[in-house]
Design a protein around this ligand. Structure first.
Ligand code: AKB
Length: 322
């Protein structure tokens, strides 16, 4: 099995690459990103190639030279950056995916993992227990690119028989590589000042509720979906979630371990994005079809995040460099 991970230096990619390398061997998993790996583990555990997925020739070269059979296509511009640079978001998220699908059609790629997002939903979608089949009418460029991506994946699967599987991820919380340019980033950012005994200024209102997931569940979901028997899958891209909480509830949970932790709420342009997304997700189709079951809720996630970041602070490397 020869695997390519695009966006391998990002929040999900940097951890998924390591898990895949443990399973399939370091040399079998090619990490591709537009910046150098920040973590020593990522840099030393297998090959890294510098790649812009919007450059089809460069992507074709990597696929050919490494004999790629499976692709985890994580390269993407997220929602907040996408509103500041909509053209770049389209280029990376849509043209990058289109390049990959075209190359997959022509080469021996067997399977593709495509991370979609709760950003495919919009203000006209039911916001509580958002159904699997519902209105996809986003108001952000990121959401537009993710709906387009889901449709492209459907088309290439039906028309050319490619095995493409996707998840509509909620906000992902993790302690290794910070997310960059997303609307749900506050749910990660909040932990850093907390472990330093500093206050945090949150860019959404205290009552803002969004669906979230801890990284171990995020990784497990991708692996489980890719290994599920194809005959059991009724959908190409599944709703998936683990927990929902408001920014205020997250702060309160952190405060149980860090008494006196202060948060000020100063909403910016990201508030409108958050307000257009679901508060909670119905992921019963994923649970029924391929056995999705998250391990982490809010209290367990907060304990693990604080422990991981406290260890990093004690070692003098709270903020990743690179
Ligand atoms: C973002 O906030 O843009 C992402 C997402 C929900 O897809 N974390």
């Amino acid at each position: 099995m020869r695997i390519l991970v695009t966006g391998a230096t990002g929040q999900i990619g940097s951890e998924l690459t390591l898990v895949l390398r443990e399973r399939y061997g370091g040399d079998a998993v090619i990490a591709a990103g537009h910046r150098k790996p920040a973590s020593a583990a990522l840099a030393s555990s297998g090959p890294f190639v510098s790649l812009d997925v919007a450059n089809r020739d460069a992507l074709a070269r990597v696929i050919r030279e490494h004999g790629i059979e499976t692709v985890y296509h994580l390269a993407a511009v997220l929602s907040a950056t996408g509103e500041q640079h909509p053209q770049r978001a389209w280029d990376v998220n849509v043209n990058g995916l289109y390049n990959l699908l075209e190359l997959a059609r022509e080469s021996g790629i067997r399977q593709i993992f495509y991370p979609s997002s709760i950003a495919v939903f919009g203000p006209r979608t039911p916001r509580d227990r958002t159904p699997q089949d519902t209105v996809l009418s986003p108001t952000t460029m990121y959401g537009v690119t993710k709906v387009t991506g889901e449709l492209l994946c459907d088309y290439y699967a039906h028309r050319f028989g490619l095995d493409i599987r996707g998840l509509r991820y909620p906000g992902i919380i993790s302690s290794e590589t910070p997310p960059g340019g997303g609307t749900t980033d506050y749910a990660v950012e909040m932990f850093y000042p907390a472990v330093e005994g500093k206050p945090y200024t949150c860019f959404v209102r205290e009552d803002t509720m969004l669906p979230m997931m801890f990284m171990p569940d995020c990784l497990q979901a991708a692996l489980d979906l890719m290994e599920a028997p194809g005959a059991k899958l009724r959908y190409r891209t599944y709703n998936i979630s683990a927990m929902s909480f408001t920014a205020g509830e997250l702060a309160a949970e952190i405060r149980k371990h860090v008494p006196g932790f202060r948060v000020e709420y100063v909403p910016d342009f990201r508030q409108a994005i958050a307000d257009s997304w679901p508060r909670s997700i119905d992921d019963s189709a994923a649970r029924t079809d391929w056995g999705w079951k998250p391990r982490y809720g809010l209290p367990e996630m907060v304990v693990e995040m604080l422990a991981a970041l406290s260890r990093r602070r004690a070692a003098g490397c709270l903020y990743p460099t690179g």
